[in-house]
Design a protein around this ligand. Structure first.
Ligand code: 13P
Ligand code: SF4
Length: 307
């Protein structure tokens, strides 16, 4: 049954001239079928490079929307329309406009985990892989950073000479990890290095040997001489970490770290997406053009693989 589904997905992918992009948190079987697996930054970049008619985005809504903003001439499909990001929904265009009015001299940096409407109101976007470099490169001294307060705190810590004002948003999945979880994991695995995603709470980040985006974690594990790692991010990343480092050991900082939205997409949904060509993600043209400016600025500023 599973083999049949995989066969049909591969066949339909060819017929539709489609490419499958998958985020590092997707289910193992989706990652294994994808043409490219990566973090938000790599996937945004990949979306501008792929030659195909259809991009099937296995991830959450803002990721497919980002691909649609960058590729107006391609069909972008999100296999599960309910796959959203609660953090991205913690701010909208109206709230941002109202907030920004209080700070007329500030520029808005939006995490890529936002809607197209919020991106369209931003000077530049960033991801967890490049947030520090992007904020450094922004000419303004005062920055409104939306929506992730934890990523904002991490940037603040690294760039003390800028005034960064965070929005009160957070990722409910990364918020689950507490300092005590990391301390317990470290007691169980004293030789392991602690690798933390910047969406975690500041007190968790303080315990890290290394802070990075999901793909940054994969690069760190590969290049490190250490054999053991405690991983503080969504559990889906462990698949890639283990697959690409079979001689190393990875322990989750917390065993319940699952983003339900990232797990909605299954082989069945992927097959349905290709069969029925749904769900098509489209952004109204006037919003798309403005949002693309903020994304293009990010892609111009940031040199790939520098973190
Ligand atoms: P990255 O893969 O860019 O690190 O993002 C993590 C995340 O939470 C995406 O929703
Ligand atoms: Fe959103 Fe967090 Fe899930 Fe990423 S892991 S999609 S930030 S809720």
């Amino acid at each position: 049954m599973k083999e049949q589904m995989i066969e049909e997905i591969i066949k339909l992918k060819k017929e539709r001239n489609a490419i499958i992009l998958a985020h590092n948190y997707q289910r193992e079987e989706i990652q294994d079928l994808a043409d490219f697996v990566g973090d938000s930054l790599e996937l945004s970049r990949k979306a501008t490079e792929v030659e195909c008619e259809v991009i099937v985005f296995c991830g959450v809504h803002f990721m497919a929307e980002t691909a649609a903003i960058l590729n107006p001439n391609k069909i972008v499909l999100l296999p599960e329309i309910e796959a959203g990001c609660p953090m991205a929904d913690m701010i909208n265009g109206e709230k941002l406009k109202k907030w920004a009015l209080q700070y007329p001299d500030a520029s808005v940096v939006s995490y890529v985990n936002t809607t197209a409407e919020v991106k369209a109101l931003s000077y530049v976007c960033c991801t967890s892989a490049n947030a520090i470099e992007i904020v450094k490169a922004v000419p303004h001294k005062r920055i409104l950073f939306v929506p992730d307060k934890n990523l904002a705190f991490w940037v603040m810590k690294n760039i003390p000479n800028k005034e960064i004002i965070p929005w009160e948003g957070f990722c409910p999945t990364h918020f689950m990890i507490k300092k005590e979880d990391v301390i317990r994991a470290k007691e169980l695995h004293p030789q392991a290095l602690v690798v933390v995603h910047p969406e975690c709470r500041p007190e968790v980040i303080d315990l890290a040997d290394h802070v990075a985006s999901t793909s940054g974690m994969v690069r760190f594990a590969k290049s490190s001489t250490s054999k053991e790692f405690i991983i503080a991010t969504e559990l889906g990343l462990l698949h890639r970490l283990k697959k690409e480092n079979p001689d190393k050991h990875f322990y989750p900082a917390k065993k319940t770290m699952i983003c339900p939205n990232m797990k909605i997409t299954t082989l069945e949904s992927l097959l349905r997406a290709l069969r029925e060509m749904k769900y098509i993600i489209k952004v109204p043209e006037e919003i798309r053009i403005k949002a693309k400016e903020a994304l293009d600025r990010m892609l111009e500023i940031y040199k790939p693989q520098s973190k």
